[in-house]
Design a protein around this ligand. Structure first.
Ligand code: GH3
Ligand code: MG
Ligand code: MG
Ligand code: MG
Ligand code: MG
Length: 300
């Protein structure tokens, strides 16, 4: 581990640094706040051993500065010659985690470093697990594309970016035709498979990392297309209908073709939607028209 030793006294720096080294850690030794912040910005530090009385900026103030600047928690242990309860309480209040009085015994220092590192490791694992959960909570488990919650997040982001770039953001609302008949005749498990296949065909038509497919609900998908005009979006919708036709997913109970087809409603920010919710509503209304006009087609 990299242990940052902050102390204005050279003798103490040398002694503590040697103890750290003797316990197989890497001491990073500095004489005050400026060098301490500099090191923290430039390299990974696992534990900070912090003097309290220092000229210019004392250890309590430096601790507050560290807590403010760095969002990641780094354990801070105060090392002070002052053994007053007030100092200890103030140190914890400032954001420190433990307090040892100097001169410090090597065995105690090493044990305290170990305890802090253990807590830091647990926190790291918790953070990683949370990140994973956060990601999972945005994915549809059946099709592995974004779910509605994930779409909502990305759509908001794309809408804001698009506004700043004064670009055109298009959205396709894609609904499988006669899917109830598919389920009723082939059964739910094959219906699920069909949803996976359609999702995979849709994903296969994406052109770049800014574009995405999401499962909006049951058998409805949304495709989000940044930097895409209405005319371009219509072509993309036609490409999707063609790609599904080529995939030849059999559906003998559809009234429009003997295979799985979709109807698509197209909207684009150039049509004047005031927010991303309206963009979805417009695509939904266009989808409704596509259904009414006979399905397996797109409507703007
Ligand atoms: P339309 O052409 O007008 O879209 O008709 P449709 O039959 O596709 O539409 P409808 O809304 O009547 O039926 C949608 C069906 O999708 C009903 C529901 O059972 C099915 N469905 C929704 N979610 C799932 C799912 O996760 N798995 C399966 N297998 N079926 C689903
Ligand atoms: Mg000092
Ligand atoms: Mg429906
Ligand atoms: Mg449908
Ligand atoms: Mg539907």
């Amino acid at each position: 581990m990299n242990i940052l030793v902050v102390d204005d006294n050279k003798c103490i720096r040398d002694v503590i640094g040697a103890m750290v080294l003797a316990n197989d850690h890497q001491p990073v030794v500095v004489d005050g706040y400026a060098a301490a912040l500099e090191k923290l910005r430039r390299q990974v530090i696992d534990v900070i051993l912090m003097d309290i009385e220092m000229p210019e900026v004392d250890g309590l103030t430096l601790t507050r500065m560290v807590r403010k600047e760095f969002s990641q928690w780094i354990p801070i242990i105060f090392l002070s010659a002052n053994d007053s309860a007030r100092y200890l309480a103030d140190g914890i209040e400032a954001g420190g985690d433990d307090y040892l009085t100097k001169p410090v015994k090597e065995e105690i220092l090493n044990a305290k470093i170990k305890a802090m590192a253990r807590i830091a490791e647990m926190k790291h694992q918790l953070d990683e697990a949370n990140k994973k959960l956060e990601m999972l909570s945005c994915l549809d488990p059946l099709t592995n594309v974004l779910n509605r919650r994930g779409l909502e997040q990305q759509l908001q982001e794309s809408w804001q970016k698009n506004g700043k770039a004064r670009g055109e953001l298009s959205l396709l609302m894609i609904d499988i035709d006669f899917f109830k008949a598919y389920n009723d005749n082939y059964g739910h498990p094959r219906g699920d498979q069909c949803l996976q296949q359609v999702a995979s065909v849709l994903t296969g038509t994406l052109l770049n990392a800014s574009e995405l497919v999401a499962r909006y609900g049951g058998e409805e998908f949304v495709m989000l297309l940044p930097s895409t005009s209405l005319a371009q979006a219509r072509n993309r919708a036609r490409n999707i209908i063609a790609a599904l036709s080529q995939a030849e997913l059999v559906h003998e109970y559809s009234d429009v073709a003997p295979r799985v087809t979709v109807s698509i409603g197209v909207s684009c920010s150039s049509l004047g939607a005031k927010d991303h919710q309206v963009l979805i509503e417009q695509a939904d209304q266009a989808l409704y028209q596509a259904k009414r006009r006979g399905r397996m087609q797109c409507v703007l």
